[in-house]
Ligand binder design. Structure first.
Ligand code: GLC
Length: 472
């Protein structure tokens, strides 16, 4: 489900770089918007730029969703039947005659969805959390967010809050391994922050739906006292046991579950943690657009989430064609960062924790690119402008760190010079390609700054240049 795009505005660089330093953190947070809004955006999150999202659950066993729907339009009438999100398998299975219902009949006959639990448990025994965490580190991510409970209601930790659903056994509702705990340890051992996703708005063990049209999105949110208490208790289990650095709630929060109290309790337990904007109240550290692009710098910190393909959960039907190309992925990250965003890039592991090869390839390309060019990405702030074009036709993005300005060319430079008329000429500026220290010098600056390349620039996909002290 997609959120409405939020208002964006251009900000002065001065405001962007000072906002997090001047906000004063209170001693103790109270369950009011006024108190929560005093939470300063932590530097670690602002500077991290890349996180990895993991959607892993019972839906990873069938791991399937249709891929042939022509577009990704959430408002089209038959969107749900052709929902490309494989983690929605259970909902679409409940829609009579849907492609998922057909697929299920063919492959699993009369077997119920929660009967995937034993297979999930058997397969996930093969998973190696340290190996997975090392993959995310090598991809250049600085944080990870795991689905602790998706809409299906199955938890990846041994929750002790009883679920009142009469027809399901506890063994169908919880993973045998403490996946949340094991991954938290492994990720932290790699020096990354660990965050948790929780589906507060939907729990299909409480309200089975299904959602068939966009009119059902709200009706299917459980609002009973029992569910409010359940969600409140579960999210407190997560906070107390795992201290997540990101509390990433999805869809909404039950009115009976006291969102203000949850957020105050979270900040009091983890003062440098961050909260997304899907708790149904007007406080958040960042907004969470999904498969959306922004055309300007946003004053409010934002985090774009999307899968490498068109699904968050593993979809075995997806291949090369449905998966973002490495060059596009790198351009996307640079674009987001230039506009004050982070990218929360999703992987959908198979039931045994394997990341599909087509996704692995993208993670590798991204990691290699960041190894060379990370200086133009991590810990930067937006400059006064995010985008530009060179006189030679290159597509440019700007970022800034201290007094240094970074210009990234998306794709291979079109010529041996990159003339940036948007940048007033300044003399004596040292220009280097990021990750390669030989001084390129700036020549003939009558038309703005001109970078003169020597031979072929090092690397692939996108080329970052540093204009030392240009932004002073
Ligand atoms: C949506 C979807 C969901 C996905 C999430 C990620 O709300 O319902 O499947 O987990 O967004 O942003």
């Amino acid at each position: 489900m997609i959120l409405k795009p939020l208002a964006v505005g251009i900000l002065s660089a001065a405001f962007l770089s000072t906002v997090s330093c001047f906000a004063q953190a209170p001693q103790k947070y109270h369950p009011t918007l006024e108190s929560l809004d005093r939470h300063p955006l932590p530097q670690w999150y602002d500077g991290a730029k890349l996180g990895i999202f993991i959607h892993w659950g019972l839906y990873s066993v069938p791991g399937w969703a249709p891929i042939n729907h022509p577009d990704h339009d959430f408002s089209s009438a038959d969107y749900i039947r052709y929902n490309p999100y494989a983690e929605w398998y259970l909902n679409v299975l409940r829609v009579p005659g849907s492609p998922t219902a057909e697929y299920h009949k063919q492959h699993y006959g009369e077997q119920g969805y929660y009967d995937f639990a034993p297979t999930f448990n058997r397969e996930s025994k093969k998973w190696n959390p340290d190996k997975m965490a090392a993959i995310f580190r090598d991809a250049g991510a600085r944080y990870v967010v795991l689905t602790s409970k998706h809409h299906e209601g199955f938890t990846l930790w041994p929750s002790t809050t009883p679920n009142p659903t009469p027809s399901l056994k506890p063994s169908q509702l919880h993973a045998e391994r403490d996946i949340v705990g094991e991954l938290t340890t492994a990720v932290q051992n790699q020096g990354l922050k660990m965050g948790l996703y929780y589906s507060g708005g939907y729990d299909w063990t409480f309200n089975t739906g299904p959602i068939e049209t966009d009119k059902d999105y709200d009706a299917v949110k459980p609002q009973s006292e029992a569910y409010g208490k359940y969600a409140f208790a579960q999210i407190h289990e997560l906070i107390d046991r795992y201290h997540p650095a990101v509390l990433w709630n999805d869809i909404d929060w039950p009115k009976t579950g006291n969102a203000l109290q949850v957020e105050a309790d979270y900040y009091n337990a983890i003062p440098d943690g961050v909260i997304d904007d899907r708790f149904g109240i007007k406080h958040s550290d960042f907004t969470s657009p999904e498969y959306e692009k922004k055309d300007q710098i946003s004053e409010k910190k934002w985090e774009e989430c999307r899968g490498l393909g068109r699904s968050f959960g593993y979809n075995r039907a997806e291949g090369e064609k449905e998966t973002i190309a490495p060059g596009e992925l790198i351009a996307l990250l640079v674009d987001i960062v230039s506009k004050n965003g982070n990218l929360l890039l999703d992987v959908g592991p198979e039931a045994d924790g394997t990341i599909p090869p087509v996704q692995m390839e993208r993670l590798k390309a991204l990691g290699e690119w960041l190894k060379q060019n990370g200086e133009a990405i991590y810990d930067t702030t937006p400059w006064t402008k995010a985008t530009g074009k060179s006189a030679e036709g290159d597509d440019l993005r700007f970022t800034k760190k201290g007094n240094d300005l970074y210009v990234t060319v998306l794709g291979k430079p079109k010529a041996q010079t990159i003339t940036i008329t948007d940048l007033p000429a300044k003399n004596g500026i040292a220009i280097t390609q990021v990750g390669d220290n030989s001084d390129l010098g700036a020549k003939d600056q009558a038309n703005g700054m001109r970078i003169a390349l020597r031979g072929t620039p090092k690397g692939d996909y996108a080329y970052a240049f540093k204009l030392a002290d240009y932004a002073r």
